[in-house]
Every structure is written in C-alpha cells, then in structure tokens.
Design a binder for this molecule. Structure first.
Ligand code: SF4
Length: 659
C-alpha cells in the first residue's frame, strides 16, 4: 500500500448510478492524488465546452496522497470542477477533518456528474454508498445542515465527516464555496455553485478503512522530527502582537530582503494564526487598501489597530486544528457586540477575511468582521470575492455609477460597517443589488456597464487574494499565470524564500540576502523561481499538504521524503517537481481546451501600479506583471506569446493525450 487507495467513486446524479473505478498506479506516479488526480479525471470526463452549471460538469472531492499515512500536516482536500466564475479550471482546498474521511471510505476521490431531480446528499461508509433525500436540509445554512446530517447519520456514537453547501451554493452564487467542519470553506472558483446546480447538498462520510503506506516507521520518524521542531517554536507570553506593527514598518523601509528560517512561522501561527499579518500587512504594504487604490494614509491607526491580532486573541474561546496538524493556526472566537442571528461564535477570521472586510473597505470595526465572517461561512460564500464585490459597489456608489435607486436606498460608504453588513446579507439572499454582486465583480460590472469595470478588481473573473502585487511582484505573476487566476496560494517571493527549495531541487536558484529592487524585474532568475514555487505548490496540493507547513521550509517539512516513505518510489526532488510541472501544465491545457485565452487573464491596472500610488509604503511602485508572466510561460515550456504549452513540453511531460 502506497498511501493511496487506487480507487475513486463516481456518482451520476441524473441516473443515480454509483460506481467504483480503479485508477492505475502509473496515474499516481505521474499526477499524485489531490489536484493532480482531480485534473486527470476531469480532463477525461468533462466534455469540451461543458456548461459549468450543467449536467456535464464533474465535481470532485479529492484527498491528498499523503493524507492518513501518518505524515504530518497533510490533511487538506481539494474540490475540483470547471469553474463557473472563470469558465476554466477551478479548484479550491480546505483543511479540517474531511480529507482523511474520503480515504476511510476506501477512495482517493469522489466525483459527481449529472443533476439530481431533487435535493440529495451522498452517504458513504465502508460498506455502501447511497444517495439520500436532502429536501429537509435544503435551505439550511452550512452549519445547520452539518448539524442535522451529523445527528441523522451518526452510528454507534461515531460521527460522520461532512462537506456541505450553504444557501449561497444552493442559489448558485458564482462566488460560493463548499464547507466542512462548521464553516471552514473551500472557497475559491465558485465550486459551491456547481454543487448547488447538481442539487447535491452534502457528502457524508462514515467509513473506517485504514490507510497504509510502504514505510510507516520512517514516516513516523519524519513526522516526529518536524513535530519536535514545531514544539520548540513558541512566542513568549509577554510578547505582544502590538510589536508586529513597528516590525512591519521596519520591514517596509528595508532595502534588502533576508531569507529567514520558515520554522519561525510555527510560533507565530500557533499564537495568532494568519491574523499576525492583520496590522503588519497594512503598514508594510502587503495588504490592499480601499479597493487597491489607497494606502495606510487612508486607513489610519485609529482604525487599523482595532483589527490587531491581540484583540482577536482576547476573543478566543478555543483553539482549532486540522487533521494531522501540529501547529493549530485556527481558533473559535466570540462575537461580542452583534446579537443579530442565532450565533455568537465564529472560526477566527483568516487574515484574508479581515483584510477583505477591513482595509479593503476602510472598515475598522472588528465585531462587524467577526459577524460577517460567520454570515459568509454559514452561507458558504468566499470572503475574498465578497469583500471585493462590496468594495466595487462602494466605489461605484461614490462615483455615481450606482445610486440610491439601485441600492433600494442603502447609502454605501467606505468604513460604514452597518451598510456593509446589510449589503452582505443582500448578497447572501440574492436581493436587490446583492443579486448582481453575488456573482462577483466581473459579472456585476458587465451588467452595470457605465465604466464600472474600472472598479472591478479581478483576474480572469476571480477576485485576487489580499496580498498586494506591488509589495510582492511574484504574487502578481501567479494571480495572472495560474490556471485558476487570482489565487494567492501559488507563489510569491516570500514563499520562495521561506521554502528554500534550493536545498532539494538542483535547478532552484539559491538566494541569501538580496536587494528588494530585484523583485521588480522581469528577469530569468525571477522566472525560474516562479516556475519552481508554482510546480512545488502542485506537489503540495497533490499530497494534501498545508500551505503553512510548506512555508516552514523544505529543510523542515519535506514532502519529498514523506512521499518516498509512503510509496517507495525513491524519486528525487527534481523528479517530483517535474510531476508538479505536469500537473500545472495539465491545468493550463484544460483552460486552453475550454477556450480560455491565457493572455486575457490580465491584472487590473491598480495591481501593477498603473498609475502608481502617490503615498504610503508602495508609493511609486510599478510592476511589469505582463513581462514577468511572459517569462514565466517561457520557463514553464509554454509559448511566451500565447501562454499555450508547446508541443515539445506536452510531449516531454507525457500529456499528448490531453491536448
Ligand atoms: S496550520 Fe492551520 S491550516 Fe495548516 S493544517 Fe494546521 S490548522 Fe490547518
């Protein structure tokens, strides 16, 4: 046993037919599991030109190759489908406890095609898989439905693991995702809408198969070594999160970039989660402000200090970890001052959510952000896209493109928490102007017209993550060049530096201290780094790895060693990176087949500093994203003019059957 099960479950919702299918070993050796297996299956199963919300689209839930093998920090699962938001390759991943549950049912992935004629959920355990009526939970939010189904399907005290859509997925909002563990969300690419279009409310998993790997003792030793390093990394109790603000200011003034040991992040994440960057990012330029057109001068300390990590820490009710995690960057927080609704707690909002509903909207009201976080998690709506949709609406209102008539009298203004909450509720309920915004800013701006596209921040239809490409230019490359545009988890200079791939991969450029200005060049070295980190990320998404484990450095958390322990493949890191390149290229080939023009995935002018900001830490910064993307394409073996993988590359990677 090599860590994978060698089987997928295929469910045709139109006919109710459920079949087991075997996957040959060479597929895992060439594509791993997770995103790679997902892309392999979807390429073959989705007919060219399929409507993303029609019966021909295939929605997959895929576990990581290393999930359940005794490996550490490998508990993430992947949702995959053709994206209704971008029209191309769609994927999103999430942690929690759902990924190992897929394998416990005896499968690496569960795939759905067709459309059910009534709401259903799939129940799977070690002995059976069956579609069950979900009419009674249709209309419930993701947390309510998870509670109901958990109760209903519990057996002998054992509670199943559940992935579920909220009402946004049911209403086919193009910015909806798929939830598990009561509001964790695989948010990107609009895959909740695909699930809603299939009338599939939930996937309920209650299997008890064990996952085995080739060398469990070695796996245990590797995991132990990493765990003991993480255990030693602790932020002293007396260190306040307020120190992160001056640290951020200092960093923004530094002319050189140092390469730290990423293991330091373990202590920071344990204490503050991703919230460590809530204020630091604002003062150093990482966090976009006022729809990417403002700076810290617009969002001053009287507001941004309300979002500090210490304030969230004070709200903590309990800590939260994903399966196989030894860091635990999550927690559950109290909502103190808003009593509307039947909830008073929420998963601690991630940095992305705090920024999307904080600095992006000039909103310094922390309680409103906690409340919105729970509203969105329960509805199953992507907070990154939703925050951008609100910013777009406010800027349209400010410029007279939207008026009181369009908003049914709702006055939209930067920083007005009450109005922001009302608009979010309208988006969730698809009411009034919220109905337009619930499909993201590209759709909304196309329908509104009147020059509103000026304020629509997206790449290829998807709103970008909350990391400014004028601060880390490689982030901009991957916002545009990744086959799922707008994702902030593919690569940037900071990731590259923390990961230190050069310790394992022969061709990854080694860096130590270097001038920050070098990051703003369309150079061969930068392109090689971009290729290395994006291919490495495909390996991570193939094994179910956590992004934060990745950033702790390959010398600390090493998926190559773990893969060899699981499979006995004894491949080198270079060989694994080639698998990553194969997956990345296959994702791109999917887009090309679906008529996506890679050149069309352009950064909004604000993202490349056109025109540059006139104040703040990013003052005067411009980024040649277009040229950097072209060099990335060339170094990937894709045509530098068109972004289409060349015939030689396709042949070299063994992808001729897919082009
Ligand atoms: S570090 Fe955070 S996201 Fe990663 S596995 Fe642990 S709890 Fe999950």
């Amino acid at each position: 046993m090599k860590g994978y099960t060698g089987k997928i479950l295929f469910v045709d919702l139109s006919t109710g037919r459920i079949t087991d299918e075997s996957i040959p070993d060479e597929v895992y050796e060439n594509f791993l599991s997770g995103v790679g297996l997902g892309c392999y299956v979807l390429h073959k199963r989705i007919p060219e030109g399929a409507n993303p919300l029609g019966p021909d689209n295939v929605l997959g839930f895929v576990s990581g190759l290393l999930t359940g093998t005794g490996s550490v920090m490998t508990g993430r699962w992947m949702a995959v489908a053709k994206s209704p938001l971008t029209g191309g390759w769609g994927d999103a991943n999430c942690g929690g406890t759902f990924s190992p549950a897929i394998k416990r049912c005896g499968y690496d992935g569960i795939f759905f095609q067709g459309i059910s004629n009534k709401p259903v959920y799939l129940y799977v355990d070690s002995h059976k898989a069956e579609l069950r009526d979900a009419t009674h939970v249709w209309g419930q939010d993701a947390v309510e439905a998870e509670n109901t189904l958990e109760e209903e399907c519990a057996s002998a005290g054992k509670r199943p693991k559940i992935a579920v859509i909220g009402t946004s997925g049911e209403k086919q909002s193009l910015i909806s995702g798929i939830c598990n563990d009561r509001g964790r969300i695989a948010a990107r690419s609009g895959l909740g809408a695909v699930m809603g279009s299939k009338r599939l409310k939930a996937v309920v998993l209650a299997g008890n198969h064990r996952t085995k790997c080739e060398n469990p003792e070695l796996m245990k030793a590797i995991s132990k070594e990493f765990t003991s390093k993480v255990k030693k990394m602790n932020i002293p109790r007396f260190l306040s999160g307020r120190l992160l603000e001056p640290a951020g200011k200092l960093l923004s003034k530094m002319k050189s970039v140092a390469v730290p040991d990423g293991i330091m992040a373990a202590g920071i994440l344990k204490k503050w989660g991703t919230g460590f960057n809530n204020v630091m990012g604002i003062v150093n330029g990482d966090t976009p402000i006022r729809n990417w057109n403002g700076s810290v001068l617009n969002f001053t300390k009287s507001r941004y200090r309300n979002l500090g990590p210490d304030l969230l820490e004070k709200r903590e009710v309990k800590k939260y970890s994903c399966y196989s995690c030894v860091v635990g960057c999550g927690s559950v927080c109290r909502i103190d001052d808003i009593t509307d609704g039947n909830f008073r707690e929420t998963h601690r909002p991630e940095y992305e959510t705090v920024s999307a509903f904080g600095s992006l909207l000039l909103n310094g009201d922390l309680d409103s952000i906690l409340y919105i976080n729970e509203l969105l998690n329960r509805a199953g709506m992507d907070s990154i896209s939703a925050g951008h949709a609100v910013a777009f609406a406010i800027e349209c209102f400010e410029n007279g493109i939207l008026t009181n008539n369009d908003t049914d009298g709702l006055e939209l203004a930067w920083g007005d928490a009450e109005a922001i909450i009302k608009l979010v509720k309208q988006m969730i309920n698809r009411e009034g102007i919220g109905n337009l915004l619930a499909d993201g800013v590209r759709v909304a701006s196309r329908k509104i017209g009147k020059g509103s596209e000026k304020y629509a921040l997206h790449v290829g239809g998807q709103e970008p993550g909350l990391h400014d490409s004028r601060f880390d230019p490689m982030m901009g490359v991957h916002y545009c060049a990744d086959p799922t545009p707008g994702k902030h988890t593919i690569g940037c200079f900071q990731y590259y530096n923390y990961v230190q791939l050069w310790n394992e991969v022969s061709w990854a450029p080694k860096v130590s201290m270097y001038p920050k200005d070098k990051e703003y060049l369309a150079s061969r070295e930068n392109a090689t780094k971009s290729v290395a980190i994006s291919c490495y990320k495909q390996v991570i998404d193939g094994v179910g790895g956590c992004l934060f484990a990745m950033t702790m450095g390959v010398h600390n958390w090493n998926p190559f060693r773990m893969l060899n322990a699981a499979t006995n493949w004894n491949k080198t890191a270079d060989e694994y990176l080639e698998i990553g390149m194969r997956i990345q290229t296959l994702r791109q080939l999917f887009n090309v087949r679906e008529g996506i023009d890679p050149k069309g995935n352009k950064a909004h002018p604000r993202m490349s500093g056109n025109p540059p900001l006139s104040d703040g830490p990013l003052k005067g910064k411009t980024v040649p994203i277009r040229d950097m993307v072209a060099m990335y394409w060339e170094h990937m073996g894709w045509d530098s003019e068109t972004g289409i993988p060349t015939e030689e590359t396709v042949a070299k990677l063994g992808l001729a059957d897919f082009s």
